[in-house]
Design a protein around this ligand. Structure first.
Ligand SMILES: NC(=O)c1ccc[n+]([C@@H]2O[C@H](COP(=O)([O-])OP(=O)(O)OC[C@H]3O[C@@H](n4cnc5c(N)ncnc54)[C@H](O)[C@@H]3O)[C@@H](O)[C@H]2O)c1
Length: 471
């Protein structure tokens, strides 16, 4: 495969002689401009492919540096929603031809790489093929364009999927088209923090690509860490998230193994040791990153059977949602929160989705409310009739309320008032992240359990050991 990547000097072990070194800003000894200088001088524009959560933040970071941006998204609806932001230096389009006619200096690829909880590469291939064909069709004097892939990749994607596409377009990667990976990390809601102060790992298919990427990424990020090559850069993103996946799964396996113990408290105390993070049992992970990390690593590995910890993490994580649904099999159930995480409107792989599927399978009536989502948005994801119509009535009639994301709204009205009303019928509140764990008292007939509290899952049938058995 490496014939289609520009060759570079290597040591006896095959390591790049230039790897790991940060580069000076003039990356071309022939005196030609670089992709970065094309951008900052305004001679050429950048193009961001995929204008979702990640792509749009890249657009904003580029705009902050006065770099001309063309944003492309396959979704006409998404583009229409972003049109108001257009102005000098920013155009958004769902017209593929428009995105390909301009001679672009730097392409940022931010398309989804997950579908139905599995790694997915169609959108990436679609976009990369378009870029390669357009580059191949264009006369190529001067600076090659640079592609920076920000999406999370299955390890091996560059070698197995992207390289053949470049070859077919008649391109030598690293010579005719620079290619680098700079997978995204995110602060999410950490106020005052942004892309600039988030350490970032990047790697290129060759030295010239990595150097070109370094220059461009330096415009928006203060601390860059260069990976030896593209495979290492692909792996880092998955590995860092799989660490978290394993630790979260261990918390869940502990609560399943010791159902009669308050595992929230045990893990809080364990977390007082200086080198241990604080985790807690939950309904399972959600979002684009953590639940998929182990799947990406398993999919790309030469020997997936050696990664048994990761396969177990995937299995336990998936099972948690079913266990929650089975434990509340008496309806009606009200699920508070569609988002997978508090304060953000992202439902990707949210535990709510899987729990809703399981409740449907079990024939248990349920409805969902999320202050960040309109009823139509909830029903588009979960089906017609799944959105709560009247919150007060739904909670009064519910046998169980599941609180899934830790939206701050759930601590206030109307939620707290409705959950603490005197009741005629029993209510079980199962709280994923302990949003209401500090509430001092609950009315008669209301049982509150945080995930990880003793016997929080009714299906966990192991009873506490009898006192006489303890020494
Ligand atoms: N959201 C996160 O928290 C996060 C964090 C780190 C990494 N990532 C990774 O970043 C990538 C993008 O994630 P996101 O959260 O921005 O996704 P998203 O779903 O918010 O946005 C993706 C956008 O790409 C568009 N799209 C789909 N197919 C396309 C195509 N063929 N051409 C052009 N546009 C297309 C979609 O319409 C959508 O607007 C994924 O690989 C994800 O794993 C996400």
């Amino acid at each position: 495969m490496s014939v289609a990547i520009e060759q570079e000097p290597r040591d006896e072990q095959g390591n790049r002689l230039t790897a790991g070194r940060e580069q000076p800003s003039d990356t071309r000894s022939d005196g030609l401009s670089t992709p970065c200088s094309e951008l900052v001088t305004g001679r050429k524009a950048s193009c961001v492919w995929g204008l979702g959560y990640i792509g749009w933040s890249t657009v904003e970071a580029l705009r902050a540096e006065n770099i001309r941006v063309l944003g492309y998204d396959v979704s006409a609806g998404r583009v229409a929603a972003l049109r108001d932001n257009e102005g000098p230096g920013l155009e958004v389009t769902d017209g593929r031809d428009r995105a390909l006619t301009e001679d672009i200096a730097v392409h940022f690829v931010c398309v989804p790489t997950e579908r139905q909880a599995e790694p997915y590469s169609d959108a990436l291939l679609d976009v990369f093929t378009s870029i390669c064909r357009a580059t191949g069709a264009r006369a190529r004097p001067g600076t090659p364009p640079l592609v920076i892939i920000e999406s999370t990749l299955t390890p091996g994607t560059v070698e197995q999927l992207l390289l053949p596409v470049a070859v077919e377009a008649g391109l030598v990667l690293g010579r005719d088209l620079f290619l680098a990976l700079a997978p995204r990390r995110d602060w999410f809601l950490a106020e005052g923090y942004g892309l600039r102060d988030l350490d970032r790992v990047y790697g290129g298919v060759n030295d010239a690509s990595a150097t070109a990427a370094y220059e461009v990424l330096s415009l928006m990020c203060d601390t860059l860490h260069r990976a030896q090559g593209h495979l290492e850069a692909e792996l880092v993103k998955c590995v860092e998230n799989s660490y978290r996946h394993l630790e979260i799964t261990l918390a869940n396996q502990l609560t399943l193994g010791y159902p009669h113990v308050d595992m929230v408290e045990v893990l809080r105390l364990a977390g007082t040791k200086w080198n241990i993070g604080t985790y807690h049992p939950s309904f399972g992970t959600g979002g684009y990153c953590i639940p998929l990390s182990s799947r990406y690593l398993l999919r790309g590995a030469a020997h997936p059977e050696e990664l048994s910890l990761l396969s177990q993490a995937v299995e336990t994580d998936t099972r948690m949602r079913s266990l929650v649904a089975e434990s509340v099999a008496d309806g009606p159930v009200v699920i508070l929160g569609l988002a997978y995480k508090g304060g953000i409107k992202v439902a990707t792989l949210s535990p709510t989705i899987r729990i809703a599927e399981e409740l449907t399978r079990l024939g248990v009536p349920f409805s969902v409310h999320d202050p960040m989502y309109a009823d139509e948005e909830i029903e588009a994801l979960l089906g017609v009739g799944t959105a709560v119509r009247d919150l007060a009535d739904a909670i009064r009639e519910a046998a169980t309320v599941l609180i899934v994301p830790d939206h701050p709204e759930f601590r206030g009205e109307p939620f707290l008032g409705l959950l603490t009303e005197e009741r005629k019928s029993p209510l079980l509140i199962l709280d994923n992240h302990g949003v209401l764990a500090d509430h001092p008292s609950w009315p008669e007939r209301v049982t509150y359990r945080r995930a990880g509290n003793p016997l929080w899952l009714d299906s966990a049938t192991v009873s506490a050991p009898a006192e006489k058995d303890l020494v």
